[in-house]
Design a protein around this ligand. Structure first.
Ligand SMILES: [Zn+2]
Length: 290
């Protein structure tokens, strides 16, 4: 099923290669997490003004894209020097502060870089350098970007969730992670299950517990993993979300209407299901003699 590209390299070397590659990709993901929402908010702002026929004053601002302008300090606007773009190391050298105005740099940067690097290293170590691992990298990157954006902005952009869904179906054309019929059912069941929970919750409590982005993300996960792993993803994410929610209310003293984004839990559960899903379900079925 998978073609080995570097079958002769030891798993340790592969893990190291995965780690370095992950650092670079993590650095890029930081830019996506920061700039994609900015780009979307600006576009929505322009469109709403257009629809309502109101003069808008945002057109004069330069449009931010993923590639432009080059990274700069959000406080003083000083462009970063090339060596300031080295993942993690530059953060350590600068002791987490901007070189010119010494405003503290968000710990999100080294965290996302190290997370991506660690996850890539683990996947290379266990699965080797092959096309399946490469597809796994793509899914992982999208999940990390979605988690970061949802935590910052309470938003799971269609620009990531929908292509991720199509890509999952494409990747499973030859059954990379699940047979294609299971992937198609997974996409449908993923969307409908959370959509059902959403309406049930709304009818009972009159509140909105989730957003449509959550349904689309679960649909994408169903397309990648197949419908069989959806119960695991839902159970894992709801259990952890419930624990965090109770902790936030009891320890943090947050009021009960405090909203925790559900996307990060779905993304984490989806990643766990990608790596250990089959092992967990096999264990579960054997433990209960099913
Ligand atoms: Zn600065």
């Amino acid at each position: 099923m998978s073609t080995f590209l570097f079958a002769d390299l030891s798993s340790g070397v592969l893990a190291a290669v995965g780690f370095c590659f992950g650092l670079l990709i993590g650095s890029f993901l930081n830019v996506v997490i920061l700039r994609l929402p900015q780009q979307l908010f600006r576009r929505w702002n322009l469109e709403s003004h257009d629809i309502l026929g109101i003069q808008n004053n945002t057109t004069e601002e330069p449009d931010v894209t993923i590639a432009w302008p080059a990274s700069r300090c959000p406080k003083c606007g000083t462009p970063l020097r090339p060596w300031h773009n080295i993942p993690v190391l530059s953060y350590l050298f600068l002791k987490g502060r901007c070189a010119s105005c010494s405003v503290s740099i968000s710990a999100q940067y080294p965290f996302v870089e190290l997370l991506t690097a660690t996850v890539f290293a683990l996947m290379m170590y266990f699965y080797g350098a092959n096309t399946t691992t490469f597809y796994g990298f793509v899914l992982t990157c999208c999940l990390i970007a979605l988690t970061g954006i949802d935590l910052r902005e309470r938003l799971l952009p269609d620009q990531i969730t929908l292509p991720l869904l199509w890509l999952g179906l494409f990747v499973n054309m030859n059954g990379t992670f699940a047979p294609l019929p299971d992937a198609v059912l997974g996409a449908i069941a993923g969307y409908l299950s959370l959509w059902g929970v959403y309406w049930l919750f709304k009818l009972i409590t009159g509140k909105e517990g989730m957003g449509y982005g959550d349904f689309k993300l679960l649909a994408a996960l169903g397309a990648w993993l197949g419908w069989q792993l959806l119960p695991l993803v839902i159970l894992l994410s709801s259990a952890v979300a419930a624990i965090i929610g109770v902790l936030a209310i009891t320890i943090g003293g947050k009021d009960r209407n405090f909203q925790i984004p559900f996307g990060p839990f779905l993304a984490t559960a989806g990643w766990i299901a990608l790596i250990w899903g089959d092992k967990i379900t096999t264990w579960y079925l054997s433990a209960f003699n099913l």
